[in-house]
Design a protein around this ligand. Structure first.
Ligand code: HEC
Length: 122
């Protein structure tokens, strides 16, 4: 029997190892991005097109645009500043959860200020 098993020599072994490493690396790069990566936004359960308003809008414009997305603009009855703030924050959460355009944290106060300036007297 001349057909004896011979161990691979070291150079060949290293080349084979590198070749496999390259093949695995290429396969790894081909793995598609997981779909749920997009769901990391606060509007995770929405249709995914929720977004902020263009920057630089006044409280009045933001109020008109943001607060008419689901119902007619609410009557500005008299409430305490804190009550209005809580309500706007609650509505803003509605907007995020339903995939509407929503207010950024910096836009909440101008909207509250606008409402307070226009609310009916006590
Ligand atoms: C994503 C949809 C949505 C948007 C946008 C929205 N609202 Fe509402 N709003 C609702 C729903 C639903 C209710 C009724 C249920 C409730 O009271 O939470 C409601 C009720 C209200 C009420 C009556 C409830 C109460 O407590 O007196 C007021 C006032 C109001 N909204 C103001 C606003 C203002 C101000 C904005 C803008 C900052 C706004 N809404 C934007 C969904 C929305």
């Amino acid at each position: 029997m001349t057909n004896q098993f011979k161990p691979m020599n070291n150079v060949v072994a290293i080349l084979v190892t590198i070749a496999f490493a390259i093949v695995f690396f290429i396969l790894f790069m081909l793995i598609p991005e997981p779909e749920n990566k997009k769901a990391s936004s606060p509007a995770g359960q929405s249709s995914g097109n929720a977004r902020a308003f263009p920057s630089g809008l006044t409280g009045e414009v933001l109020f008109n645009r943001a607060c008419s997305q689901c119902h007619t603009l609410p009557p500005l009855t008299h409430r305490s500043p804190e009550d209005w703030r809580i309500l706007v924050l609650k509505m803003n959460r509605n907007m995020q959860q339903t995939g509407k355009n929503y207010l950024t944290p910096e836009e909440v106060q101008p909207v509250v200020d606008y409402i307070l300036s226009r609310q009916k007297p006590a």
